[in-house]
Design a protein around this ligand. Sequence first.
Ligand SMILES: *Cc1c(COP(=O)(O)O)cnc(C)c1O
Length: 423
Amino acid sequence: MHHFDYRNGLLHAEGVELGAIARAVGTPVYVYSSATLERHYRVFKEAVGEKSHVFYAVKANGNLGVLMTLAKLGAGADTVSEGEIRKALAAGIPAGRIVFSGVGKSAEELAFAVEAGIYQVNVESEGELEVLSNIAEQRGRRQAIVLRVNPEIGAGGHAKITTGGAANKFGVSWSEAERLYIRAANMPGVAIKGLAVHIGSQIFDFSALETAFRRMRGMIEKLAAQGLPASRLDLGGGVGVPYEIGYPFSYGTDSLQAYGRMVREVTAGLDVELGFEPGRLIAGNAGLLLTRVLYLNERADRTFLVVDAAMNDLVRPAMYEAHHEIWPVTRKPDAPIRAYDVVGPICESSDTFAVERELPELKPGDLIAIMTAGAYGASMSSTYNQRLLVPEVLVKDQDFAVTRPRQTFEELLGTDRAPGWLA
Ligand SMILES: *Cc1c(COP(=O)(O)O)cnc(C)c1O
């Protein structure tokens, strides 16, 4: 379910016509819907139980307006860098609702997290455990942690976003988990609270999640039998969103309810606080990338539709072979249908958003929307080809705000420094 819809033949984000945003801000531009973000957060929270902690995965979309919208609903944040912790704090998410994940947290980042007083560090290796305990002890603190365990069960929409397999770098290995848990329980700078797991992203197969969760439960019971009761179980994120359903597409709450039921079954009788780290599910179809057609490049066997957005703005198709629906901003029911290869201006053949996509006939100047671009879109954007970072707009009812203005050429060029011997 989302709040992008046609009104009088023109695509709107909530009450705002996308053409108006293009006129005010230019293209390409990301457009997010507050109502969609709010709905996804509420539906997820309801599905997993109001008492559970929901830590929104900031890396999916770290836009300040997005984070502030979720902060207002009481969301926590799952972060993977000092920059994300700072961003979450700046958005009004209190330190007591922030968790810090990731395989390569630096000593500086861990010190920052400890000093900020964050809720929990999800520790992923023995080395990190030692560094963190020392850092916290030096500061007279005991940092709450959970141990992220690799359950040796991977899942996800693409090999590059599968994280729970034995060959993936994430978490401590299954066979080492018990030893490390006992070790952590005897360290002065950490307070071990339980376990965490996150097996991948864009997952629809809840049976893989269920198997991983059952393994975690088994480990918790084993630890409890040794006098090490866990009070927290962080079940990660990873629930998928539909990228490939035609208009009008809805995201069924029933699938989330099924997820919630599965979690309740697996954790029944366990006396732990549950945590979740959804990213894509919250932000994915709450955003689109609005772009303008620059040229039609007609070949004998195909037509390239060259648009002003590129892989530096949205890298998912190039990096993960991801599919995104494309909607014309002006609906033309009588227009003939044509097949287009929708491509950006970057000098790389992977700069392709869609191949042989059937769309109502388009011409230069027309606007199109690349749908379901709210997660891993702007947050993965770059200035490749010295293109300006793409702006972001947040819509609320009839209103919209530019929550990240388009970068300027002064900003782009101003970050470089000439080496002294050439100046
Ligand atoms: C990326 C990530 C998430 C979010 O994954 P989604 O598929 O966006 O829900 C959650 N937890 C951890 C540890 C992650 O790395």
